[in-house]
Design a protein around this ligand. Structure first.
Ligand SMILES: C[S@@+](CC[C@H](N)C(=O)[O-])C[C@H]1O[C@@H](n2cnc3c(N)ncnc32)[C@H](O)[C@@H]1O
Length: 338
């Protein structure tokens, strides 16, 4: 079996596709930026409408295979860049005036199920967890990072209360020999957790999330990606984000609520019409979630939250308050380790 064939055998379901399409309405044409191309589910659905153009981005070079299929089919209306979405501004020098910019965060089914990538607990291959364009792998992180720093990462990025206990256990193991595979790491974490047989999910879930987020600097990417997207959108442009865990959703929600017109006037002495301290007109406070039917057919959609906001005509200003609010995540992911 060749690589392409094996890739195509994995089923991939774009999460909340119908809801995303009804928000961005590609049937009326326009230019769209798909910041997380993955298997191309969203891009393909947009390109089905003849008046559309799609600029797609993914940091994973594996995504190129799927992009090539769309490039063949829509050579004039589709472009793909293997890049991180925090570099959105580098790719789009010309004034694109996108109708919508979309983020569907996290991992694709292809990344998750590819054992060589090391994202799954069962992977007996190299402890990698890199999405693409990384500075270090999970192997480097787990085997060389200072124990206290590791505990912090597990606690904050994994929201794992036993961060310290797990980091201690990892440190004891790696003193004897390097931890080579994800399966080995999962076992060590399981042993560090009390009553690990009683958990509904694998007890290593939160720690794996933390390591993956750190290795890929996912929160930094999201913070910078949202800022770049707001910069690129003009009046009426839509910013839509599908997130999968509470840290991501907290960042998206804060960005929209800090910079939407619904925010209370910072000073009651400032007339509302002079308040240019926002970037979005409209923002739904409650996220949109997948319906029961979708959750039944695709369990991944269970934790998905879709939020969107509509850009207003205020001139872009750098959203320092937002960046400052999450500076701890930025610092934590900076690492400065090696
Ligand atoms: C959930 S999948 C997207 C699935 C896609 N919507 C579809 O329908 O096929 C997320 C994708 O985003 C990519 N990704 C995650 N973080 C990224 C970043 N900072 N820059 C660019 N791509 C990123 C991952 O490599 C992965 O392929």
């Amino acid at each position: 079996m060749n690589a392409t064939m094996s890739l195509e055998n994995i089923k991939h379901y774009p999460v909340m596709l119908n809801q995303v399409l009804s928000i961005i309405s590609p049937q009326h044409g326009g230019t769209f930026i798909d910041c997380t191309f993955g298997g191309g589910g969203y891009s393909q659905a947009i390109l089905k409408f003849s008046g559309t153009k799609v600029f797609a981005i993914d940091r994973d070079k594996l995504a190129q295979k799927y992009a090539d299929l769309l490039l063949k089919k829509f050579p004039k209306r589709f472009n793909f860049f293997q890049e991180k979405f925090s570099n959105l501004d580098k790719l789009t020098e010309q004034k694109l005036n996108p109708k919508a910019i979309i983020f569907d965060l996290g991992l694709s089914s292809f990344q998750l199920s590819d054992k060589k990538r090391g994202f799954s607990f069962k992977s007996d291959k190299f402890l990698n967890m890199e999405m693409g364009i990384n500075e270090y792998s999970a192997y480097n992180t787990i085997n060389t990072l200072d124990k206290e720093y590791l505990a912090k990462i597990i606690k904050i990025l994994g929201e794992e209360k036993d961060g310290k206990i797990i980091a201690n256990k990892i440190a004891r193991y790696r003193d004897k020999k390097p931890i080579q595979t994800s399966a080995e790491l999962a076992l060590i974490i399981n042993k560090a957790k009390k009553n690990y047989g009683n958990y509904k999910k694998n007890p290593a879930t939160k720690t794996f999330q933390a390591i993956r987020i750190f290795v890929n600097k996912e929160l930094t990417e999201l913070i910078l990606g949202l800022i770049e997207a707001a910069k690129l959108l003009s009046n009426g442009g839509i910013l839509a984000v599908v997130s999968f865990h509470s840290l991501e959703d907290k960042i998206v929600k804060n960005f929209f609520s800090l910079y939407s017109k619904q925010r209370k006037n910072p000073s009651r002495y400032l007339p509302i019409e002079e308040n240019k301290n926002n970037l979005f007109n409209f923002f739904l406070k409650k996220p949109i979630i997948a319906d029961v039917k979708e959750i039944r057919s695709n369990v991944r959609s269970r934790s998905a939250k879709l939020r969107y906001a509509i850009r207003n005509d205020n001139t872009f200003f750098y959203p320092s308050e937002f960046k400052n609010k999450f500076v701890n995540y930025l610092k934590l992911e900076e690492g400065n380790l090696w």
